[in-house]
Design a protein around this ligand. Structure first.
Ligand code: FAD
Length: 477
């Protein structure tokens, strides 16, 4: 199939718009689509990428960090959290950008499955970058170390070269080289009209708090550093969490481990169930405490003598490079204040963030956010006043509080993601989410909940797949 893409979603920008010089931090799925939309709107774009290829999270590496829990702030960072066996947890129709469908592409090395392996996603992102000329805008091997405001409302972006010690595909990587080269780095300072932050938020681990854990003698690690099951052969492993990663990793490990015990916060305290299809995989309620003799107590009263605790407990927003004099900060994993998860009112529109919402279908959401940012920067789309945006944020926080939703769930958009996308589309004057996407997402979510082992290979929403492909004809020919 040829990949001639026609953008039906949005009229081309008018002649009267302002062109800005924009820095994008990161060339993952968010940074790539941000660059594409900014460029399309007529802005000049430079994308800073500390790695050596586009794709962000989807650039798999067998390397792991020196601190398996990821707590040591001085550790050399490995960006990606992918494990070797990972297949997407969304079907490709739902997962792809709206203007660049994630259809099966010809080639011996392509993965045609509906829920492909991680390498296929990387190849899709590379296709996207090539198709829209985004690769030309990327400065590879350049890490942004400082983003700060200047008096004239411009931004100073300081970057340093990272190639020699951040080559994730380099098997000869070692920390000594990293230290030597770090001391030789040179910094570049450049001035931009605007900065779009797309640095991802699946790298800095969050750890479960467990009473007694400091004396517990076993090994602890975060799923960020999980790659393969083999090291867990014949071991007793506790996996904490109920996210997609926890669901996959506990099964990956159960194939070789002696026992795997999953500790979940989202089940009743008395829960203790053997998982269908396994003799060695149990679901428990949360851990109560861990002891010096190696035992771990669960809330359901069960006691397990474990070798390893694997924290599949998510990640923290982390912006070590951002200097906004406290205007933007992270508090209990709430990045704020942000109008509609994108613009900090006091610095809008010249500072923006793509990809903050979680429990969402990421790529199309990034695409709508990027269209909005690009249009606002050019002056084609108007934002409310700073005061109105702050009032909107305060009202949003009050609603969360009144509903008993903790601060750390502020960006959990989940339920209202499709309405959010359509709201963004309305701001941009472009078409919203297609009518099959939400029902397909719901059908897959339900199938996954009921059949975690097989949902990627057996489904009942084929009619929606056909509907999606009818739409895709508008974008591919
Ligand atoms: P990233 O992909 O993390 O990209 C950020 C980029 O910024 C990286 O390339 C990084 O090197 C660069 N960067 C960071 N800091 C700097 C700096 N200071 N200077 C320069 N460059 C910098 N989503 C799905 O849609 N389907 C799935 O099946 C799915 N499975 C997932 C499984 C796992 C284990 C994880 C962790 C995530 C999964 N996701 C999935 C979510 C996935 O993260 C998003 O789909 C998306 O790829 C995130 O894109 P991003 O651009 O926001 O961040």
């Amino acid at each position: 199939m040829s990949t001639l893409i026609i953008n039906l979603a949005m009229p081309p920008p008018s002649q009267s718009v302002k062109s800005r010089h924009v820095a994008v931090v990161g060339a993952g799925a968010a940074g790539l689509v941000a660059a594409k939309e900014l460029h399309r709107e007529g802005h000049s774009v430079v994308v800073f990428e500390s790695g050596n290829e586009v794709g962000g999270t989807w650039v798999y590496t067998p390397r792991v960090e020196s601190d398996p829990l990821g707590l040591d702030p001085k550790r050399p960072i490995v960006h990606s959290s992918l494990y070797n066996s990972l297949r997407t947890n969304l079907p490709r129709e739902v997962m792809g950008y709206r203007d660049f469908p994630f259809v099966t592409r010809p080639g011996n090395n392509r993965d045609p499955r509906r829920f492909p392996g991680h390498r296929e996603v990387l190849m899709y992102l590379k296709d996207f970058a090539r198709e829209f000329g985004v690769e030309k805008m990327v400065r590879f091997g350049r890490e942004v170390v400082k983003v700060g405001t200047l008096e004239n409302e411009k931004w100073k972006v300081r970057s340093k070269r990272t190639t020699s010690f951040n080559n994730e595909n380099n098997d000869n990587y070692n920390d000594d080289i990293a230290i030597i080269n770090k001391s030789e780095v040179e910094f570049d300072d450049e001035i931009y009209d605007a900065v779009v932050v797309c640095n991802g938020h699946f790298t800095e681990p969050r750890i479960a708090e467990i009473p007694g854990i400091n004396l517990w003698p076993g090994k602890q690690m975060h799923s960020h550093n999980y790659r393969l099951p083999e090291p867990f052969r014949d071991q007793v492993v506790i996996v904490i969490g109920s996210s997609s990663s926890a669901v996959d990793i506990c099964r990956d490990i159960a194939a070789v481990a002696k026992e795997v015990h999953v500790a979940s916060r989202s089940v009743a305290d008395e829960t203790y169930t053997k998982q269908p299809g396994y003799d060695n995989l149990w679901l428990h309620s949360m851990i109560d405490s861990a002891c010096e003799d190696g035992t771990v107590f669960f809330r359901n009263g069960k006691v397990v003598f474990a070798d390893v605790i694997m924290h599949c407990t998510g990640y923290k927003y982390h912006y070590p490079f951002l200097e906004t004099n406290g205007i933007v900060s992270v508090d209990d994993n709430r990045l704020g204040p942000l109008y509609k998860h994108v613009f900090p009112p006091a610095l809008a529109p010249s500072l923006s963030f793509v990809g903050i919402p979680w429990k969402v279908v990421p790529f199309p959401l990034f695409e709508f956010q990027s269209k909005w940012i690009a249009g606002v920067l050019s002056g084609r789309i108007k934002l409310p006043s700073q005061k109105e945006m702050m009032e909107d944020i305060k009202a949003f926080y009050s609603t969360l509080e009144a509903s008993g939703i903790p601060k750390r769930y502020s960006h959990c958009v989940g339920e209202y993601q499709f309405e959010y996308n359509n709201w963004l589309a309305a701001q941009c004057g472009c078409q919203g989410i297609e009518k099959w996407r939400k029902p397909m997402y719901s059908a897959v979510s339900e199938n996954k909940r009921l059949r975690p082992e097989t949902y990627r290979d057996e489904w009942k929403d084929q009619h929606l797949v056909l509907e999606a492909h009818e739409d895709f004809i508008n974008y591919t020919s």
